[in-house]
Ligand binder design. Structure first.
Ligand SMILES: [Mg+2]
Length: 189
């Protein structure tokens, strides 16, 4: 599936140029904003895979818009900046801003920057998912341990017997150990 990109740039010629370059490389441009307010609106509406964000725009500048978007959405943002603003951007570090491109933007700069940004963000997302998964596994284990403890004390079983009983029951009732454990915990509340 092609990656979905939002462009926020107030100069329509640059915006059109970016759009064509992106489309030429198989990206889908899901929205075009000419100011910061609209950029926020479209970011929430389309939840793109990446945002190209100009700094100097009417209504709200791109850095402020990026901060607002970054507070709630997990979308990598590539800042488009004039050379004179370079230092300013480096100081205004934000998690959601994954890089910046200095105008004039050529195809040779744009496409690799986008590929790197997309690659890094998918790596970060995978890492986040695996941490989340590990946390869930720990939670599941805790529930099973608690239910096992309940069985040991209420039915005077050894740890091994309690575990075996839970495993056999979960198999014969075709349910997961966690759901059985939760049932045991509920029964002994
Ligand atoms: Mg501008």
């Amino acid at each position: 599936m092609s990656k979905r990109i939002l462009i926020a740039e107030d100069e329509s010629i640059i915006r059109m140029d970016l759009k064509m370059t992106l489309q030429d490389h198989g990206y889908e441009v899901v929205g075009e904003a000419g100011d910061g307010d609209r950029a926020i609106e479209l970011a929430f509406l389309h939840k793109p895979d990446l945002i190209l964000m100009d700094i100097k725009m009417p209504k709200m500048n791109g850095l402020k818009a990026s901060r607002i978007i970054g507070e709630q959405l997990d979308i990598p943002i590539l800042i488009i900046t004039a050379y004179s603003q370079k230092e300013f951007v480096e100081k205004a570090q934000q998690d959601s801003v994954v890089g910046y491109l200095v105008k004039p933007i050529s195809e040779a700069n744009l496409i690799p920057a986008i590929e790197v940004a997309l690659h890094q963000s998918s790596k970060a997302k995978r890492l986040k998912d695996s941490i989340q998964h590990a946390k869930q596994q720990v939670e599941k284990r805790k529930v099973v341990e608690r239910a096992k403890g309940i069985l040991m004390s209420t039915e005077h079983l050894t740890e091994q017997q309690a575990f075996k009983k839970m495993r056999d029951t979960s198999m014969s009732r075709q349910m997961t150990m966690e759901s059985l454990a939760m049932e045991i915990i509920d029964l002994h509340k």
